[in-house]
Design a protein around this ligand. Sequence first.
Ligand code: SF4
Length: 349
Amino acid sequence: MTRTVKIKNITIGGGNKIAVQSMTNTDTLDTEATREQLKRLQLAGCDIARIAVSSIAEVEACKPFTGAFDMPLVADIQFDYRLAVKCAEIGFDKIRFNPGNIGDKSKVKYVVDACKMHGVPIRIGVNTGSLEKEFQTEPKSKALVLSALKHVRMLEEFGFNDIVISVKASDVRIMTEAYRLLADTVQYPLHIGVTESGADLRGTVRSAIGIGSLLLDGIGDTLRVSLTGDPVKEVDAARLILQETGVDKNYCEIISCPTCSRCKYDLKSVVDELKEATKDVTIPVKIAVMGCVVNGPGEACDADFGVCGGSNGKAALFEHGNVIKSIEFDSIIPELLDLIEQKQNATRV
Ligand code: SF4
């Protein structure tokens, strides 16, 4: 079990809920655009949002944000330790930096002292693009861990333990190896992610493989899916990864068959409509939408409720594999929604 680190109102590590992170990609100096994106991220279910801060002017631009959102805000700093100090002073809730980019130990100490004074945790974010020369002969995964540990020890020397660590790589194999090694070595909470994973479906699949593999092994206390494009998509993808790995069970899971010529109704429309109608369900409930009886109630017997098409122009509604009744195709959606509602009401009692 990892130790806990409190970031504003969110505690990560120690078996707490895995926090979903994302990062703004607006110009930090464009206060309105950044504020709008932060609002959209919060609305989408982002737990922690990060902003790149690269100049004193950007520190100033961020002043209206700190404390203005329910979700904690993280300042992402590269190279200039003075920016990290300023960000801790103006109320950022966490600082992410790579000590290897900050310079000598005395500069890191300034940052640590400021973070200590303001109760701000630090994420040591190492990635393959910023490894120190001394580790470059090591295998990449080991080099990531050695680099992170070197900086962790430096912070510990300064009496600082509010540490979160990440060792990201864009190569899924390197990244998963590094995190597994790190998880065996330290008890600090780990922020997991595949860096520069790309865009759209490919980037999402790459992230899902990397992040999902670690989550299945019980590794990861907070995560970011890094995608090129609108960061709200990162949050959506992260939520799906948490659901598909079984970390988040409180939702309506819909399974469906791929269909073949035995399916005699518009199964895809049923799935789409059901997905939309159940998106706000917050209890664990599993629904099976199957094309026909061949792989119907039997194959989907672990679903709470389900439906399969019959050869008589009707559908069979089933509960835990047992057929309850025969219904018209048009009634599939209302019948299933009714059963889900009954389960929700029973859960509330
Ligand atoms: S459940 Fe029936 S319709 Fe769906 S793929 Fe299997 S055989 Fe085809």
